[in-house]
Design a protein around this ligand. Structure first.
Ligand code: DGY
Length: 327
């Protein structure tokens, strides 16, 4: 019996490629070329499965042109690059990689928030430029993280992991806004309080965005929302570009309507709004919140587990649309 053919849309750990070769005819991408939609469609011809990342858009047009495709396994927890309704309509299983990156991503979100609050990037650049000639009482004074109000927009697994760090490690008061409140059992250990979005923005000392991107969350933070925040507040985005109106954020940072920001994701990334690049009071990182060796390996292994299970009669561990496909 011939083995299924799969595409690895981007480069991935060689050990994972070898593991997949035990099950499939693998078309891999060691040069890590990013394909246009037309190139991706061409590479997917005859493929039953694909391992993808956020760079590959899987939509109705592509699915119609790839009728043999049965599973798309994203190596990411976020899956806004998938049109899930189109996948379900085409009978294609979509999977992602939740849980394995939660703590690593929360570590990074917390670090980025601290870097913004304590002006770490700005002061490091000052030192490297050779401008540090003496100590002064107000040099790079920022705002405290311990004991401050941590405001989380999007209280899923990563949001809760950040809240734990803040409440249990730094004595922070945790408030959050989410589609639905946590259970009292989830709120109690971190003394988290559910508030409406306007209250969240008004009371935040440090606002952290961890909500999924969708049409509904597009520009969830724009000029109107930034106007509600304290001039001493920081904003950290580890969710997705497009959740923040980056032009509005750059204006607010420039005019010191908020104090600082930490951004790991950007509208139109890898392009970054040029105004952000010129501002001292923003820490910018290239979408690396989940980037530790152990976590990226775990994400790749989980995406491979999903691919293998889906195409060999097993049960994929982390499906997105399995319920829709059963109907
Ligand atoms: C994720 O897993 O969604 C990260 O943002 C990496 O793409």
């Amino acid at each position: 019996m011939s083995r299924p053919h799969v595409l690895l849309a981007r480069a991935v750990f060689p050990a994972v490629v070898e593991r997949l070769r035990e099950h499939f005819e693998v078309d891999d991408n060691p040069a890590d070329i990013i394909h246009s939609p037309a190139q991706l469609t061409a590479r997917l011809q005859g493929k039953a499965g694909a391992m993808t990342t956020g760079s590959e858009r899987i939509d109705a047009v592509l699915l119609a042109a790839c009728p043999e495709l049965r599973v798309v396994a994203n190596m990411a927890v976020g899956y806004n690059n998938f049109d899930i309704a189109a996948c379900t309509a085409a009978g294609v299983l979509a999977t992602n990689t939740p849980d394995v990156l939660t703590e690593t991503t929360a570590d990074f979100g917390f670090a980025l928030m601290m870097a913004a609050a304590r002006r770490m990037a700005e002061s490091e650049h000052f030192l490297r430029r050779g401008e540090w000639t003496r100590w002064s009482y107000d040099m790079f004074t920022g705002s405290d993280v311990h004991g401050a109000t941590l405001a989380i927009l999007g209280m899923g697994r990563i949001g809760q992991a950040i809240a734990r760090r803040g409440a249990l490690g730094f004595g922070m008061r945790v408030i959050y806004h989410n589609r639905s409140p946590l259970t009292p059992e989830q709120e109690a250990p971190i003394q988290a309080r559910y508030v409406d979005k306007a209250t969240l923005l008004r009371e935040a000392d440090h606002l952290v965005l961890v909500l999924p991107y969708s049409a509904a969350s597009h520009h969830a933070i724009g000029s109107a929302e930034l106007a509600l925040m304290k001039p001493t507040a920081t904003l950290t985005n580890i969710a997705r570009g497009g959740i923040v109106d980056d032009a509005a954020l750059a204006a607010a940072l420039h005019e010191r309507r908020i104090a600082a920001a930490g951004l790991d994701v950007f509208e139109g990334e890898p392009a970054v709004h040029p105004a952000l690049l010129t501002l001292p009071n923003v820490v910018l990182t290239p979408h690396i919140a989940s980037a530790t060796v152990a976590t990226r390996r775990a994400m790749a292994e989980l995406a491979a587990d999903n691919l293998v299970a889906a195409l060999t009669g097993g049960t994929p561990p982390t499906p997105i649309n399995a319920a829709g496909l059963k109907r």
